[in-house]
Design a protein around this ligand. Structure first.
Ligand code: NAP
Length: 347
């Protein structure tokens, strides 16, 4: 390997931001640091070239300074933003990773990263599917869909499943898993283009544009005249309230996320919570990190589904590190159509 020193461009958080919307100008691209593309003798680190970066909603929370520890660490202003990504190993002192391997896990929003901890770093076993899939369908969001639907949702054939933010990185996959299981599946999304994808690409039975529905309760009653067995919750707020009114007896709510609340100054209240009691609903939150021990089982199953054409996946790809902040912020305005990722380099 050539021993060279490069200027390592990176995107940093400029400052902590208070509750409320994050903007592109809270982040900046800097090109001041240099990095030697070879590890010193005796190092146990892994040096990688970043290829694809994942934009995920939870990253917003990390931009605010928390007084109490949060479920994810706060970012550190002035240092590269960290998040999931797909990388190529350039040098390694770690026995599990060798030069030329492709890996996915937590990396930096920069061209090259030096990983001193390899906890949560997965070697990519299948390079005959697009590597970018390891930011989405075969990475953290895909595994979230798998855990949330099968483990938390406890689905049965023929049940009625509702998914919010249904065309996104997680939602599109939940819907396809539910169809493979023989469920009746409905999704909500924020544009007609996304609704079209749900019905005509991902095979949902029904879908609606929640921004065009004057009454979410009525929209759900229209799609589920007999009620909802499983709600895959991505959004929270008014949608959760409407869902509670339409759940069936012994229904399950897999509480995956509540994106409508991530950028607000004051969290919204939710009415009709008593339905959880009267309808014997099990509402359970989950965090994907707690389940990574079954990742390999998921990876094998979903790679097979992809190869057999049983599952498709839509990505929204931004080009270049300099466009990463806009791509991340766009998640909260619904600008992404499918899984939002950023290409830094192809090889
Ligand atoms: N529990 C876990 O371990 C875990 C892991 C991964 C993700 N998650 C959660 O899963 C959910 C989906 O994540 P994802 O990665 O798949 O994102 P995504 O759906 O690909 O992108 C976010 C989407 O959320 C919708 N949205 C944004 N602001 C909204 C608002 N105010 N009200 C309603 N919808 C809004 C937009 O779609 P529309 O155009 O349809 O509005 C946007 O495209 C998020 O809540 C995320 O936090 C949880």
């Amino acid at each position: 390997m050539e021993d060279k020193v490069v200027v390592n461009k990176k995107v940093v958080l400029k400052h902590y931001i208070p509750d409320g919307p994050a903007t592109e100008s809270d982040m900046e691209l800097v090109a001041t640091d240099t990095l030697r593309l070879r590890l010193p003798p005796g190092s146990t680190a892994v040096l990688v070239k970043n290829l694809y970066l994942s934009c995920d909603p939870y990253m917003r929370s990390r931009m605010t300074k928390h007084d109490e520890p949060s479920y994810v660490d706060d970012l550190v202003p002035g240092t590269p933003i960290t998040g999931y990504g797909v990388c190529k190993v350039l040098d390694s002192g770690h026995p599990d990773f060798k030069i030329g391997d492709y890996v996915w896990g937590i990396t930096g929003w920069e061209e090259y990263s030096l990983m001193t901890s390899t906890e949560g770093l997965f070697k990519i076993n299948h390079t005959d599917v697009p590597l970018s899939y390891y930011t989405g369908i075969l990475g953290m969001p895909g595994f979230t869909a798998y855990v949330g639907f099968y483990e938390i949702g406890s689905p049965k054939k023929g049940e009625r499943v509702f998914i919010s933010a249904a065309s996104g990185a997680v939602g599109q996959l939940v819907g396809q898993f539910a169809k493979l299981m023989g469920c009746y599946v409905v999704g909500s999304a924020g544009s007609d283009e996304k609704v079209n994808l749900l019905k005509n690409k991902f095979g949902f039975d029904e879908a609606f544009n929640y921004k065009k529905e004057p009454d979410l309760n009525k929209a759900l009653r229209r799609c589920f005249p007999e009620g909802i067995d499983i709600y895959f919750e991505n959004v929270g707020g008014a949608m959760l309230e409407a869902v509670l009114r339409n759940m069936r007896l012994n229904g399950r709510i897999a509480a995956c996320g509540m994106i409508s609340q991530y950028n607000v100054e004051r969290p919204e209240g939710v009415n009709h919570l008593f339905a959880i009691v009267t309808k014997r609903i099990r509402m359970q939150g989950f965090i994907v990190f707690d389940h990574f021990r079954s990742y390999r089982e998921f990876e094998e199953k979903v790679v097979q589904y992809i190869k057999e054409g049983k599952i498709v996946y839509v990505e929204d790809i931004a080009e270049g590190l300099e466009n990463a902040p806009a791509a991340l912020v766009g998640l909260f305005a619904g600008r992404n159509v499918g899984k939002q990722l950023v290409i830094i380099a192809r090889e």
